[in-house]
Design a protein around this ligand. Structure first.
Ligand SMILES: [Zn+2]
Length: 89
């Protein structure tokens, strides 16, 4: 299953965005990691954001700092700009 752009908006609070590597992964800004999607794509995201690890990482980020250090990079594979946290690079 490929990443769907609507998930970025839907899971914005949980820092979910497209992976820059492949269509079949999503990137978590809070955990600074890419995770595989499976056939139930979205359920993988739901499962990830319910893990203690993710909640802990999310808790350590101050909400007001959320967009402070973001940078946009152009991704040739996806033909779109991807915004991600500088700290996650
Ligand atoms: Zn996470």
């Amino acid at each position: 299953m490929n990443y769907r752009d609507e998930w970025t908006k839907k899971y914005e609070e949980d820092g979910i965005q497209a992976s820059e590597e492949v269509f079949t992964k999503f990137h978590c800004r809070f955990c600074s990691k890419d995770y595989e999607l499976d056939n139930n794509g979205e359920s993988k995201i739901k499962r990830h954001i319910s893990t203690d690890k993710h909640k802990k990482n999310k808790g350590e980020h101050h909400p007001t700092d959320k967009y402070k250090d973001q940078v946009s990079t152009f991704n040739r594979n996806r033909n779109t700009f991807i915004t991600r946290n500088k700290l996650a690079i």
